[in-house]
Design a binder for this molecule. Structure first.
Ligand code: ADP
Ligand code: MG
Length: 370
């Protein structure tokens, strides 16, 4: 069942520039849906329109098949967690969690029942009498989540709820939120500017830029088949390596002068594009072997991560990063053999930025099953 449906939703604050531009989208019941994009791309605006906190300038918003454009927030049957999850400092954890239920005059017995269940689930049972200032950042965040969970609203909206936490706690809370959402069967609409968060949490992701949808899909699809250059560069770390390129005599010639041999069939699909941009992911710049080496590149930086090694190469004006499994004894200034294969390259139209052909290896790659 569709939980939230948007049809040509737009928003303009000044009646001139669209901050949200004709967004059409369906979010399924029980889905963890992530809205990701750079700062200022319109994520909070869209979320606030779904919540009913921001007027919708154009289009239709439906929840459970009802048009809700003009329904006040309290009647939309949803809960919300913000980045600044302001807890009331003078209230205890218990009072903070129950605040919404008290305002709604929910039966006292019911309040206690939900409080105990939620506190248990969130590991807050021993902290109920404390004040927010007696809690760690992670505990406060959990209280904010509990406050939203206790409402038992079927749709939950979160706007960058983890961005105030340190990296370790953030990684932990990502898993907790995801578990909670599954356990309660919530429909989650989760806003973040962090592509790692989007990739690791979302059933599906929508990438937003400048108020426009760039792509909607499963995380792996966005990674393997990015619809355009924006999505290609936004999703994935280290960033995809890009270069302008042209086809000359059955070879791909990059801006730097570097040449890559192409298969015949490949060339056909690319011939009608005078200006190409090629992209290759860090894990696809493979170490060269005695039998297979296509190029020798100069290393300008080496990062030893323990389980893998990041190598930065200078390729013309561009810096390219390769990710090699294991530990490699290589230093800046070394020249190292690599394999660059056309089947690992994504091609984009430089004019429109649109994807022409994803990396063939990625398209054919089967996700390993048990
Ligand atoms: P994000 O959450 O992705 O960082 P926002 O939705 O907060 O982006 O903002 C999108 C754009 O809308 C920004 O350019 C911002 O300046 C503008 N904007 C947000 N709120 C208002 C407002 N109340 N009045 C005018 N412009 C606004
Ligand atoms: Mg925002």
């Amino acid at each position: 069942m569709v939980a939230v449906e948007m049809k040509d939703i737009s928003k303009s604050y000044d009646r001139q520039k669209s901050v949200i531009d004709q967004i059409s989208l369906s979010i399924e019941e029980g889905e963890f849906f992530v809205l990701v994009g750079p700062s200022g791309s319109g994520k909070s605006t869209l979320l606030r329109m779904i919540a009913g906190l921001e007027e919708i300038s154009g289009g239709v918003l439906k929840m459970n098949n009802q048009v809700v454009n003009h329904l006040p927030p309290k009647d939309r049957n949803l809960s919300m967690v913000f980045q600044n999850y302001a807890l009331y400092p003078h209230l205890t954890v218990e009072q903070n969690i129950l605040f919404g239920l008290r305002a709604k005059k929910v039966d006292k017995m019911e309040q206690q029942k939900r409080l105990q269940e939620t506190a248990e689930m969130m590991g807050l049972s021993d902290l109920l009498k404390r004040k927010p200032k007696q809690l760690s950042g992670g505990q406060r965040q959990r209280v904010a989540l509990a406050r939203s969970v206790v409402s038992e609203a079927p749709i939950c909206l979160m706007d960058e709820p983890l961005s105030n936490l340190d990296a370790k706690l953030r990684a932990h809370m990502r898993i907790e939120i995801r578990r909670l959402q599954k356990k309660l069967g919530l429909t989650m609409i989760y806003v973040t500017h962090d592509q790692v968060e989007a990739m690791t949490m979302g059933d599906r992701i929508m990438v937003l830029n400048d108020g426009k949808i760039q792509q909607v899909g499963e995380p792996i699809t966005l990674y393997n088949q990015p619809a355009n250059l924006f999505v290609a560069s936004f999703i994935g770390s280290p960033k995809i390596n890009l270069s302008e390129a042209k086809l000359i005599d059955h070879k791909l010639v990059l801006e730097s002068g570097l040449q890559i041999t192409m298969d015949k069939e490949d060339i056909l699909s690319l011939l009608s594009y005078p200006n190409l941009t090629m992209g290759i992911r860090a894990e696809h710049i493979l170490p060269g072997t005695t039998e297979q080496t296509s190029h020798t590149l100069e290393v300008v930086n080496v990062e030893q991560l323990g389980n893998e090694t990041l190598l930065t190469f200078e390729v013309g004006k561009e810096l390219w990063t390769a990710k090699w499994l294991g530990q490699w004894r290589i230093q800046a200034g070394d020249y190292v053999p690599v394999q660059l294969s056309s089947k690992n390259i994504c091609f984009f139209d430089s004019e429109s930025g649109a994807l022409i052909r994803p990396a063939v290896a990625m398209k054919e790659q089967e996700v390993v099953g048990l």
